[in-house]
Design a protein around this ligand. Structure first.
Ligand code: CP
Ligand code: NVA
Length: 302
């Protein structure tokens, strides 16, 4: 049997996505009701981190514990990878010990190398280009909040970054109409736009945040300066002016819920008032990382 990986969200078909979201809902109920769901008893997840993390690290580790398994944190500087051991050797070695590997790396090609050489599933825990586990949680959250995906529209406002790109592809898979508003030069990659089109997705791109959010159901944003882009801070702060999700912008989207993958930089991409308001569902998103990833892992390992 071929080993399945999740390098980006379109490694799943629409029916597979549906299966995982249903399983996530089951796990969420099981956890809330205190029912045993130790479906990964005796299994181990290796977790490679080249960048910091709060949600991804804790939700994967806790998820494995709740499923009866175990997770091993492998900070890139704590393993031989940090001293130059090739990724392909790391992948083959870890495959001899653990049942799956989750990795957060800089270059997307690096997660592809891990997958090429690993005989166990590789899960992308964020690269410079993609964040599919975030998308799984986002779709679970939207589905809970909107009662499904039918006739749901969403707007992305800000940087066309890793989170935006996976969300755009995930929205296409789920059938959500998406408008992406970014400053010129910060849009999602053409290659991602093509993948959305291949999936039949309804994607509009614009440089006007007001046009993007008009009467939408969901407004989603993320930081203007992602991990690894710290040197671009001054230029980016100038170029993203006018793209903050704040009360003025939300006047154009009176019914919209507000999403953010977190961590948020209040006063930059989002105002404190909005993130603390009743419209904000950011902590539901964060919680759903746990349920969605448990579903993903048990599906990959069954
Ligand atoms: N949203 C997200 O991936 O958060 P962390 O960087 O804390 O893992
Ligand atoms: N776009 C952000 C997401 C962090 C979860 C980053 O890459 O830093």
């Amino acid at each position: 049997m071929t080993t399945r990986h999740l390098l980006d969200i379109d490694d799943l078909s629409a029916p597979e996505l549906e299966t995982i979201l249903e399983r996530a809902e089951r796990y969420k109920r099981a956890q809330q009701q205190g029912e045993n769901h130790e479906d990964l008893s005796g299994q181990t997840l290796g977790m490679i981190f080249q960048k910091p993390s709060t949600r991804t690290r804790v939700s994967f580790e806790t998820g494995m514990t709740q499923l009866g398994g175990h997770a091993v944190f492998l900070g890139a500087d704590d393993i031989q990878l940090g001293r130059g051991e090739p990724l392909k050797d790391t992948a083959r070695t870890l495959s001899r010990y653990v049942d799956a590997v989750m990795a957060r790396v800089f270059k997307h090609e690096n997660i592809e190398v891990l997958a090429e050489y690993s005989s166990v599933p590789i899960v992308n825990g964020l690269t410079d280009d993609a964040h599919p586990c975030q998308t799984l949680a986002d779709l679970l959250t939207i589905r809970e909040q909107q009662g499904g995906f039918e006739n749901v529209s969403a707007a992305w406002v800000g940087d066309g970054n890793n989170v935006a790109q996976s969300f755009a592809i995930g929205a296409a898979l789920a059938g959500i109409d998406l408008t992406v508003a970014t400053p010129a030069g910060y849009g999602i990659d053409d290659e991602v736009v093509d993948r959305v089109a291949d999936l039949g997705g309804e994607l509009t791109t614009t440089t006007d945040p007001v046009e993007a959010v008009a009467d939408t159901d969901v407004v989603y944003t993320d930081v203007w300066i992602s991990m690894g882009q710290e040197d671009e801070r001054d230029v980016r702060m100038d170029n993203f002016e006018g793209f903050q999700v704040n009360a003025d912008l939300l006047e154009h989207a009176p019914d919209a819920s507000v999403m953010h993958c977190l961590p948020a930089h209040r006063g930059e991409e989002i105002s404190d008032g909005v993130i603390e308001s009743d419209r904000s569902i950011v902590f539901d998103q964060a919680e759903n990382r746990l349920h969605a990833q448990k579903a993903l892992l048990s599906w990959l390992l069954e």
